[in-house]
Design a protein around this ligand. Structure first.
Ligand code: SF4
Ligand code: SF4
Length: 210
C-alpha cells in the first residue's frame, strides 16, 4: 500500500460511525442477563433467603465461596429455614461469574447484579463478606465506596431469568416462579418463547407444577 493509500483509509474512516465510547464516562447499556457482583437477597419481610446449605460453595468451579451455616436462634430467626448463612464470603479475585452458584441455590438467595466495575488496593478487600453482600433494608444492593453503580445495574439480577422464565413451555406462561423479594415484591414472569414445539402441550389436568 502506497503512502497516499494509507491516508485514504484514515480519511475514509473519519466519517464512519464510531463503534467505541468514551469509557468510563460513557457506558453502554448492559445486557439483561449480564453477570456481575453478587448480592444476597432477602424476602419481603426482611428475612434472609440464604439457609446456609453450602450448595453454592460446593458447585463453584473456582472455589471462591466460603459458607458456614448455623442454627437459627428460635427467638430471633435470621431466615425462615432451620439454618441461616452465618458466614458468607466470595473472593472476587477468583470468581469467573459463571452463575453456577445462582443456579444451585434452592432459595434464590444469591444472584448476580450487573456491576463489574470495582477495584481494590488490597487483595483482602476483594473478599466480600456477608455484611457487604446482603441487600440493605430497601432490598437494594449496598453501594460500596469503591464500586461504580449505574442506573439499572441492580434490576433483574441473574436468577430472575431462571426463576421466571417458562423454559419455552406454554404451561409456564404467565406463572410467577419467583418468591417475593424485599424492594421488588414478586417479579413478573418472562414471556414464553414464541414458536416453541412444546407450546402445543395441553395444561396439566391435575394442576401440578412440573
Ligand atoms: S459465579 Fe461461578 S465462579 Fe463466581 S462464585 Fe458463583 S459459581 Fe463461583
Ligand atoms: S446462597 Fe443459596 S446455595 Fe448458597 S448457602 Fe445460601 S441458600 Fe445455600
Amino acid at each position: 500500500m502506497g503512502y497516499f493509500d494509507g491516508f485514504k483509509v484514515t480519511f475514509r474512516t473519519m466519517f464512519e460511525k464510531r463503534v467505541t465510547v468514551e469509557y468510563p464516562d460513557v457506558k453502554r447499556p448492559k445486557p439483561e442477563r449480564f453477570h456481575g457482583r453478587h448480592v444476597l437477597n432477602r424476602y419481603e419481610d426482611g428475612m434472609e433467603k440464604c439457609i446456609g446449605c453450602e450448595l453454592c460453595a460446593g458447585v463453584c468451579p473456582a472455589r471462591c465461596i466460603y459458607v458456614r451455616g448455623a442454627d437459627n436462634p428460635p427467638d430471633a430467626p435470621v431466615s425462615p429455614g432451620e439454618r441461616f448463612g452465618f458466614v458468607y464470603e466470595i473472593n472476587f479475585l477468583r470468581c469467573i461469574h459463571c452463575d453456577l452458584c445462582v443456579e444451585a441455590c434452592p432459595t434464590e438467595a444469591i444472584t448476580e447484579s450487573k456491576l463489574f466495575e470495582f477495584s481494590f488496593t488490597d487483595r483482602k478487600d476483594a473478599i466480600y463478606t456477608k455484611d457487604e453482600l446482603v441487600v440493605g433494608d430497601d432490598g437494594k444492593p449496598q453501594k460500596l465506596p469503591w464500586e461504580d453503580w449505574r442506573e439499572g445495574d441492580d434490576i433483574h439480577t441473574s436468577a430472575w431469568v431462571r426463576a421466571t422464565a417458562p423454559s419455552g413451555n406454554a404451561r409456564y406462561e404467565g406463572r410467577v416462579q419467583w418468591s417475593g423479594e424485599l424492594g421488588y415484591g414478586v417479579r413478573p414472569p418472562e414471556p414464553a418463547q414464541a414458536g416453541d414445539a412444546q407450546a402445543v402441550l395441553p395444561p396439566p389436568a391435575d394442576g401440578t407444577v412440573e
